[in-house]
Design a protein around this ligand. Structure first.
Ligand SMILES: NC(=O)c1ccc[n+]([C@@H]2O[C@H](COP(=O)([O-])OP(=O)(O)OC[C@H]3O[C@@H](n4cnc5c(N)ncnc54)[C@H](OP(=O)(O)O)[C@@H]3O)[C@@H](O)[C@H]2O)c1
Length: 291
């Protein structure tokens, strides 16, 4: 019997837990705050930031949401990041990616105060994670780990395959799986024979952003599949598109023991994990122990 992970249900549990810790922080005189910066006219990017804003409101996290004209120079974005770094009511700073081509993304990531880096993308935090001493873990890899642990997937000694090697998803997910005692292979667009790699997987995590990249014929029976890919494809819907993952869900479901749907899998959990990172940053800054 295949387990289809309900990301909304998992996210609701996590949000309730976050809301309870927010209440305890507020009682101790600290309202956790998230600052976001959007430098994009893209509808999808706007809606991702909007979802974060709504999610903050729902759990009592204060929000400061700034925008920068996508044509503005890098300095304008750095000024906004500095303002959030300096604002004591902001405990977490999140810059929506991707940034316009003319902006040096590494420079922006490096500018975020590492103690407020709830995205886990400051070079210091990335280095600590890669070294097996994580301080802040990016939200999507945390969501992937949460899915695997709540579904009871054994990672110790498992062969794990991660498709995608980005700083945001693929690499940190691979680091977490190494730390969870899996033997990890990382695939990317130059991987010679993707199907041969995915068929070896006991645990498969996809984050390529390529609809239908992996189907059931590329999986071995019993695999746990976590699909972090999100793509908008044109569709005859009210919005004119639908959101799909990297995995052909129905054919994967025939083979896998555990599978996440898209939408409704990793996505909702990612937002909840970001809020959790904000609460952790706020409690660390305020010196209020919550665990
Ligand atoms: N669920 C969530 O909350 C969440 C959060 C963040 C991102 N995402 C989604 O996750 C996906 C990846 O995001 P990202 O920021 O990591 O994207 P990215 O920076 O574009 O990275 C995509 C990765 O996939 C690899 N790839 C592309 N085509 C491939 C192919 N045909 N075969 C094997 N590997 C291939 C790329 O290889 P190269 O390195 O060789 O180019 C790259 O490493 C997107 O769909 C994004 O929307 C979801």
């Amino acid at each position: 019997m295949t387990t289809v992970v309900d990301g909304h249900e998992l996210a609701a549990g996590l949000r309730a837990d976050v809301a309870e810790r927010v209440d305890r922080l507020v009682a101790a005189g600290v309202r956790p705050g998230l600052g976001t910066v959007l430098m994009s006219d893209d509808d999808a990017d706007r809606s991702y930031v909007e979802r974060k804003r709504e999610a903050c409101e729902a759990v009592g996290v204060a929000g400061t949401h700034l925008t920068v004209d996508p044509a503005a120079p890098t300095g304008r974005l750095l000024d906004r990041v500095d303002a959030l770094n300096d604002d004591p009511s902001v405990h977490g700073v999140f810059v929506q990616l991707p940034l316009p081509d003319h902006v040096d993304t590494l420079r922006v990531r490096s500018r975020v105060d590492p103690a407020k880096d709830v995205d886990g993308l400051h070079p210091t935090n990335r280095g600590l994670l890669a070294a097996g001493e994580p301080r802040v873990v990016p939200a999507t890899p945390r969501a992937v780990r949460h899915v695997l642990s709540t579904a009871g997937v054994e990672t110790r000694g498992a062969r794990a395959v991660v498709v995608g090697r980005s700083a945001v998803v693929g690499r940190p997910t691979a680091s977490l799986l190494v730390d969870a005692d899996a033997t990890v292979t990382v695939c990317h667009s130059r991987t010679a024979d993707l199907a041969a790699e995915t068929r070896r997987a006991d645990v498969l995590v996809t984050s390529a952003g390529v609809p239908g990249l992996v189907d059931g014929s590329m999986l071995s029976p019993g695999v746990a599949v976590v699909d972090a890919g999100l793509s908008r494809v044109p569709a005859d819907t009210e919005r004119g598109y639908e959101v799909v993952g990297d995995v052909a869900f129905e054919s994967a479901r025939e083979v896998a023991d555990v599978v996440t749907p898209v939408p409704g899998g990793v996505g909702p959990l990612t937002v909840a994990m970001l809020l959790d990172n904000v609460v952790r940053a706020a409690s660390a800054r305020a010196g209020v122990a919550l665990d």
